[in-house]
Write a protein that binds this ligand. Structure first.
Ligand code: IPM
Ligand code: MG
Length: 351
């Protein structure tokens, strides 16, 4: 079959890791007789440099006209230490999420047996942990009214949610839980926040229609603690935008392998698939970054196109590379490591 894939490589290591994922996708295309037509478009700091806009309209059109989008990373240190910068690369990411209606960010967190010793947590705590964090992505404090007083001595950000916004993501979370171990944890701060009380009320009202899934509710501070103490007790977590931002980063280090974890952002228009790590500017152009999170994001992308066997082929070859030690320096065990491009070549060859 023919598929149109938008490629938004972005900043820092984005271009080099996306390149490896494309190699692997091309190998899949060849083996399973598909055609992937890629259209590249700028985003983030790269797009600001080229057009002044971190998510230009042309890039949006590329996304809208694609079957799926593969995304690298955005962010550039030249903006980080300048709180006064008028345009920032991150605005491009937020604009993309909003305009594509990507209301759910899905981050599977699983441990890789050969890398279990990389986790900062004890092996007996993390071994076998397997959970998904589903983060609301287009509402809450990220998108509410914000501003500064005239004398600049006061600033505010507003958190807003509607019942509809909560329902659609909790519904999605139920459907994920149903396909897994049928446990859903709704994370909120209902003891303090009105929006959290609406989340809890809405989710509780949905329980009756989802009786096959066991639901529990947890305050976010407690969830942050339990995630580290007993990661194995979680199956699917659903939460609002800002809590999800924090909890999903926390969840990712349980495995000790930030460079291996993929994510999907799904919603109304074209879905976007991207590694959970950032643009790692210190490594840009050095051919040392770990391409696996992006390669596994490509597997999630194929799954979204219903190419299940193809997605599994990617996961299998990644597992094989980890077992055989064909890995980049960040996870190399015995001093022997490979370049980003060498890992990509090996994965493509072994598909
Ligand atoms: C993420 C990132 C973004 C976010 C930043 C870069 C704006 O941390 O995708 O989790 O906060 O959503
Ligand atoms: Mg984040």
């Amino acid at each position: 079959m023919n598929f149109k894939i938008g490629v938004l490589a972005g900043d820092g290591i984005g271009p080099e890791i996306v390149e490896q994922a494309k190699k692997v996708l091309d190998a899949v295309a060849k083996k399973y007789k598909h055609t992937f037509n890629y259209t590249a478009a700028p985003v983030g700091a790269t797009a600001i440099d080229q057009t002044g806009n971190p998510y230009p309209e042309e890039t949006h059109q590329v996304c809208m006209n694609s079957d799926a989008v593969l995304f690298g990373a955005i962010g550039d240190p030249k903006y980080d230490n300048d709180p006064k910068a008028k345009v920032r690369p991150e605005q491009g990411l937020l604009a993309m999420r909003k305009k594509l209606g990507l209301y759910a960010n899905i981050r599977p967190v699983a441990t890789f047996p050969s890398l279990i010793n990389k986790s900062p947590l004890r092996t007996d705590i993390v071994e076998g942990a397997d959970l998904i964090v589903i983060r609301e992505l287009t509402g809450g404090i990220y998108f509410g009214d914000k501003g500064r007083s005239e004398d600049l001595k006061k600033a505010f950000d507003t958190c807003t949610y509607t019942t509809e916004e909560i329902e659609r993501i909790v519904e999605l979370a139920f459907s994920y839980a149903r396909k897994r171990n049928k446990r859903l944890t709704v994370v909120d701060k209902a003891n303090v926040l009105a929006t959290s009380r609406l989340w809890r009320e809405t989710a509780q009202a949905m329980e009756a229609k989802n009786k096959d899934v066991e639901v529990d509710y947890m305050f976010v501070d407690n969830a942050a603690m339990q995630l580290i103490q007993w990661p194995k007790k979680f199956d699917v977590i659903v939460t609002e935008n800002m809590f999800g931002d924090i909890i999903s980063d926390e969840a990712s280090v349980i495995t000790g392998s930030l460079g291996l974890l993929p994510s999907a952002s799904v919603g109304i228009h074209t879905s976007v698939f991207e590694p959970i790590h950032g643009s790692y500017p210190q490594a840009a152009g050095k051919d040392i970054a770990n391409p696996v999170a992006t390669v596994l994001s490509a597997a999630m992308l194929l799954e979204s196109l219903d190419l299940l066997e193809e997605a599994q082929a990617i996961r299998d070859v990644v597992n094989k590379s980890l077992d055989e030690g064909i890995v980049t320096i960040d996870i190399a065990a015995d001093g022997k490591s490979y370049k980003t491009s060498e890992v990509g070549d090996w994965l493509a060859k072994n598909i």
